[in-house]
Design a protein around this ligand. Sequence first.
Ligand code: ADP
Length: 274
Amino acid sequence: MTAAAERPLVVKVGGSAGVDVDAVCDDVAALWQGGRAVVLVHGGSERTNQVATALGHPPRFVTSPSGHTSRYTDAETMEVFLMVYCGAVNKRIVERLQRRGVGAVGLSGLDGRILEGRHKRSVRSVEAGKTRVLHGDHTGTVERVNGALLQLLLDAGHLPVLTPPAASVEGVAINVDGDRAAAAVAAALGASDLVILSNVPGLLADLHDEASLIPAVARSGVEAAIAHAGGRMKKKLLGAAEAIDGGVGRVVIGDARIASPITAALAGRGTVIA
Ligand code: ADP
């Protein structure tokens, strides 16, 4: 069977401290060389925070009334976001994969409108118990994926390395959540698995105790898990639910600090949502 004939694997890797990008690339290369069709989606939040701070425009995060935290992406932040996500982070991952002999092609959601969504220009932010509306935001949620373009690349033996931003319907760059974008990509491609890697072993019952890993969450239990989880773990669970609802066979939230992190996740190490 050729790589293109089987259901692809979508891997999302975050950009938080502790993530072993080399281990992820080693594993991606081994899977790809074994004939597996893979799409790698990445973030770059931590680097964006560092660069934005160095440029005198420190990041600003807002918490919505429903408790979700997101980056307030004004015009200046989007400039930094484009430099870091589409520049340094994407190209360094492509470079790493090229060095391992992988036919990696770096793309943002803007390229070929791979990720498209509606532009949300304002965001509600809860600050000191009060809800404020912040304007000038460049964010959105992925509503459409150009799966045909990704499939074209996979069929030709390439490995797409995809990063936010997405394109708005009007063609403006918008910041979208990487986990949910990866879920939309996995659904569009009919992926067998979506592996979401970050700097924790998976969903933890107690954030301060890595031994409290929750090994499995049923689709019907995801909403309760979202209510329990904090910070960015909520988005990963939301993405997991969206992927499963979109027809993806299985989602594993796994650890990107270990050797062979993708193989381990596919073997069930992490939190499995199916
Ligand atoms: P990314 O990998 O996309 O950059 P993060 O690393 O920010 O995303 O997301 C994972 C983070 O979610 C962990 O570092 C952790 O601090 C946070 N988190 C909050 N609640 C939980 C939980 N219950 N289990 C695991 N992680 C949690």
